[in-house]
Design a protein around this ligand. Structure first.
Ligand code: G4P
Length: 555
């Protein structure tokens, strides 16, 4: 068992956005339990362009974490073609700087985990969602439910993640709110409960009625200057409403409010926490409207750090012994420095700088002299961190996605599976003098989760699997730039890669023998069936009913 000291002597990342300062992230005088209770770790999910970046920025503004709009850069590859490497590099750089954004709001410590906007990076998003305790889902009121919204919500449902819905762009001519909520309930198969209700929409958007506080938030101004005014009213029949929004809109509001209680269940907090009902807010992120109610409700009802499942049972956040897992690894942008940053979600106990922790997969003890926290755009070396926090650990290649760190215990966190890729390519080595470099590059890039690597049993050929075509470009480019290796790819027509299992070892062997041309091993040496078509998969399932085929590596 080796002891490794990570951090000393490492080049620190040279991202200009960061300022290095040594600072504790604790509140003086708070107990361990209070620190846990005040943490809110979540992600904002949305179909690209719905307003995720804008909402993130407005939340940071409200939290006092940034002072000016425009400070948070969109992390999407907006107009990039697949060969626009500058854009890919930019994307990588930006996604590091916005990977975690933390700020204090009221007495809460809010940790926002960013998810990539581009759908080719969907796996990254799935993994990030394993590290949050809840999500805010942004929906564009004009476009309604979009494909990415659907996919992301499926992942949330798999884990029963609590979801708050923010309906954005109410200053645009969108759909009728009842129709929109109906679409959300049907398409996403979730129940919703509005907590605010819009008055008008688009050009005639007047504001929202707060159904809980029974107050009116008025929207005034143009696209450049927006004034949000809160009006306290006696009840829904208060004449002030007519005066401020006009008789017709006031009448419509009263009619809508009458309907709401009949149409939607009341908000039961436990049901929200179990992922069964989602509170809904309406607003306009770019106009700074409706964000306050959203944030206030979020910190109050969103869950703090939850217990987490491991292969040896549940780990509670208030367990005294530290534990956490790596859900994201980011390579240094500077090819001269091969160090990486691994993002660790703390699940229990207190993480301390310079203390040795147990790397379960490698059975190694590691310690970290420069663990970093991300307060808005300030990166600071921290001495301690608590459950719910996400910290960055400098890494010279020790970590893989999904790795567990503990204070000596031997368990592995579950819930960070690999999913069957959608696209597959054979890798060809274009420079036989650089075979080692290519191997190392492929190993490390797949450790980072850029793609999955399978090795065919019959001939040892390497197959790379990804979710999107963009990854192949990224891999080829990074192999050259960072490892000086040249690779080309050959198309492989595969339908899915499925992990296989069977209680009967002999039957498993018989299957692998029979289908040897279609068996590969993943990086953990787990057997995988490479199905060329849905039909061939079905044939295999019918002929070998004892074999179980899994679309994810955890089953
Ligand atoms: P994303 O991260 O979900 O992809 O979306 P992002 O926040 O980048 O927003 C996408 C576009 O929608 C941006 O415009 C943004 O300004 C606009 N937007 C966000 N919230 C609102 C809103 O409440 N109302 C209206 N009308 N627009 C909104 P863009 O033209 O693509 O970019 P830019 O103008 O910010 O450069």
């Amino acid at each position: 068992m080796g002891f490794i000291d990570i951090g000393a002597g490492f080049s620190l990342f040279n991202y200009q956005l960061y300022f290095f300062i040594f600072a504790p992230i604790l509140h003086p005088g708070m107990t361990f339990l209070e620190e846990i209770k005040r943490r809110r770790t979540f992600a904002i999910i949305a179909h690209p362009d719905a307003g995720k970046t804008t909402l993130t920025e407005k939340l940071l503004l409200f939290g006092g974490a940034i002072q000016t709009a425009g400070a948070v850069k969109s992390n999407k590859i907006k107009k990039a073609t697949t060969s626009d490497f500058m854009e890919i590099e930019k994307q990588r750089g930006i996604s590091v700087s916005t990977s975690v954004m933390a700020f204090d709001y009221r007495n809460y410590k809010v940790n926002i985990l960013d998810t990539p906007g581009h759908e080719d990076f969907a796996e990254d998003t799935y993994r990030t969602l394993s590290a949050v305790d809840s999500v805010i889902m942004v929906i564009d009121c004009v476009k309604g439910v979009e494909p990415q919204t659907r996919k992301l919500l499926e992942v949330c449902r798999m884990r029963n993640t609590p979801v708050i819905v923010f309906i954005n762009k109410m200053d645009r001519e969108g759909q009728n709110p009842f129709d929109l909520l109906d679409e959300i309930e049907k398409e996403l198969k979730i129940k919703v409960r509005p907590l605010t209700w819009p008055i008008g929409i688009g050009k005639s958007f007047k504001g929202v009625y707060n159904l809980t506080a029974k107050s009116l938030n008025l929207f005034q101004g143009d696209s450049k200057t927006t004034v949000e005014e809160t009006l306290t009213i006696n009840d829904i029949n208060d004449k002030q409403i007519d005066q401020r929004v006009g008789v017709d809109f006031a009448a419509q509001l009263r009619e809508d409010v009458d309907l709401i209680d009949g149409v939607y269940d009341t908000l039961n907090t436990q049901k929200y926490l179990d992922g069964q009902i989602s509170p809904v807010f309406f607003g306009s992120a770019v106009n700074n409207f409706g964000i306050h109610e959203l944030l206030d409700c979020f910190v109050e009802i969103a869950p703090g750090p939850k217990e987490r499942d491991t292969d040896k049972g549940l780990v509670k956040p208030d367990d005294k012994k530290f534990s956490g897992f790596i859900f994201k690894i980011h390579a240094n942008l500077d090819p001269k420095h091969r160090d990486r940053i691994a993002f660790l979600r703390i699940c229990s106990g207190t993480f301390e700088r310079n203390k040795y922790y147990h790397h379960v997969r490698d059975n190694k003890e590691l310690r970290f002299s420069n663990p970093t926290a991300f307060m808005a755009q300030q990166k600071s070396v921290i001495d301690e961190a608590y459950p719910g926090d996400v910290i960055g650990l400098y890494d010279a290649g020790n970590f893989k996605i999904g790795d567990t760190l503990t204070e000596g215990n031997d368990f592995q966190f579950k819930g960070i599976p690999s999913f069957s890729p959608e696209l597959f390519r054979y890798v060809n080595n274009m420079d036989p003098m650089k075979t080692k470099q290519l191997q190392k590059g492929l190993e490390q890039l797949t450790d980072e989760g850029v793609a999955q690597l399978f090795t065919r049993k019959v001939d040892g050929r390497k197959v790379i699997g990804t979710v999107g075509a963009l990854q192949f470009e990224v891999i080829q480019h990074r192999l050259k730039a960072e490892y000086n290796a040249s690779a080309s790819f050959d198309q492989v027509s595969l339908y899915k890669a499925l992990w296989i299992s069977c209680d009967d070892r002999k039957k498993m062997e018989a299957f692998m023998q029979d289908r040897s041309a279609h068996i590969a091993l993943d990086k953990e040496n787990r057997p995988v069936f490479l199905a060329e078509s849905a039909w061939l998969l079905q044939m295999a399932q019918e002929k070998f009913p004892e074999i179980q085929f899994h679309l994810k590596s955890e089953f």
